[in-house]
Design a protein around this ligand. Sequence first.
Ligand SMILES: Cc1cc2nc3c(=O)[nH]c(=O)nc-3n(C[C@H](O)[C@H](O)[C@H](O)COP(=O)(O)O)c2cc1C
Length: 206
Amino acid sequence: MKQPENVMEFLPKSLTSQQIYKLLIGGVSPRPIAWVSTVSKNGVNNLAPFSFFTVASANPPVLCFNPMSTDKGVEKDTLANIREQQEFVINSVSYQDLAVMNQTCHQLPAEEDEFEYAGVEKQTSTLVTPYRVKQALVSFECRLNQIVDLGHEPMAGHLVLGDVVAIHVRDDAVNDFKIDSEKLDAIGRMAGNDYSLTREKIQLNR
Ligand SMILES: Cc1cc2nc3c(=O)[nH]c(=O)nc-3n(C[C@H](O)[C@H](O)[C@H](O)COP(=O)(O)O)c2cc1C
């Protein structure tokens, strides 16, 4: 069947990785944000946001996110820490956390504590070593299930799957296991510097 004239077709094989990246993040939008805390083998705490993030399985409970290699092909500290320590915490990001979350996306030297750098208060976890983010409404303690390395080129994905071993929710924000979405006040990542809010909702019966 002939393509309609008002559609542009892009074939990844003929594009640069930057061009493909722009099409991917613009076309898969908005994305939820995982604020991932890890710790290095030397005990340095790391915190960084990742929007290539979703639920992979409810039973067993598995979350996944994707720390890509940089545009120079270097693996990020979060990934290095998870490869070494096999543990991480995924913390939620509410609208009020936006500015401080943004402080944690700087590519700092591996020896620098990103909680300290961004002024984020730590909270000990129950079953894993990395701290949780105290101000986060929801935190998921995870143990590594597996890493799916999707390549070794610049911007290659490394899909991290984590078994959820403990879930923390601020007590005024959960009732009968339902999390209050107004209190969560989640934000989504779009392309470039754009974020979306979740304050406007619609209901639809199944
Ligand atoms: C809202 C937001 C979402 C991001 N999502 C991703 C992502 O999904 N994958 C990724 O590799 N980097 C993502 N980044 C960039 C990382 O947070 C950034 O590279 C960070 O410095 C990685 O930290 P690390 O080297 O300490 O692991 C995102 C940044 C922001 C602000």
